[in-house]
Design a protein around this ligand. Structure first.
Ligand code: SAM
Length: 222
């Protein structure tokens, strides 16, 4: 279907093909990407770039992540559909929209109220499954609904926030976060098996900083 002369659906299919070529194999993840209209989740002036594999500005100095990275991170969560998932960094709501299609319960936290409200309005208007939106500091997790089967952090951390490890299910819970310096991180997956923590890494990435009590200070993040 054309939107102002632009065939967003065709562009999206090319993007999905590109994501497949980058190694994402989980068909459920690819189908979720297909169902989310990224062009309606970015500021109007970037709509025409929505299906290029790039991060884009969303206001407040923040970004909507690169689609192939969103797909890779979603695949690494290994969702079966019955999980309670905590996302730190709602941003545009793009990753959140994908997660609502793949898990049982989503709780997402954003520190900028304006971004949080916009994401909530967009996802509700587009009839995505219900989710819990929390405005605040996600480095502290969200104790009232812990434990979480999966925790995904979509901002760059200098260290693993201890509350997130505490709130992770000991029954093969997965915590995925970009871990490293202020300017460059490594995609890191921590699996909690009882008292044991297994760590795996998946290559370099660049995210805006995770700011909060157990993240960077606002001054460090400048
Ligand atoms: N998942 C988002 C999406 O799909 O658009 C991308 C998020 S953007 C790369 C990172 C987000 O994390 C920003 O919106 C930023 O405000 C948020 N953030 C940073 N530190 C945070 C914290 N301590 N708690 C909650 N959100 C935080």
């Amino acid at each position: 279907m054309l939107d102002n002369g632009v065939d967003f659906e065709a562009q999206k299919e090319l993007l999905i093909q590109h994501i497949r070529e980058k190694g994402v194999r989980d068909e459920r993840v690819l189908e979720a990407i297909r169902r989310v209209p990224r062009h309606l989740m970015v500021p109007e002036e970037y709509r025409w770039h929505a299906y290029i594999d790039h991060a884009l500005p969303i206001g407040e100095g923040q970004t909507i992540s690169q689609p192939s990275l969103v797909a890779t991170m979603t695949e690494l969560l290994a969702l079966q559909g019955n999980e309670r998932v905590l996302e730190i960094g709602t941003g545009s709501g793009y990753q959140a929209a994908i997660l609502t299609l793949l898990c049982r319960e989503l709780i997402t936290i954003e520190r900028y109220p304006r971004l949080a409200l916009r994401a909530y309005q967009v996802l509700t208007a587009l009839h995505f499954p219900p989710f819990v939106l929390v405005m605040g500091d996600g480095t502290q997790g969200f104790p009232p609904l812990a434990p979480y089967d999966r925790i995904i952090v979509t901002a760059g951390a200098g260290r693993v926030p201890p509350p997130l490890l505490e709130q992770l299910s000991p029954n093969e819970g997965r915590l995925l976060l970009p871990l490293g310096s202020r300017t460059q991180q490594v995609l890191t997956l921590i699996i909690k098996r009882g008292e044991r923590l297994l760590t795996r890494t998946y290559g370099e990435c660049v995210f805006v900083p995770l700011i909060g009590k157990y993240g960077w200070s606002p001054e460090e993040a400048l």
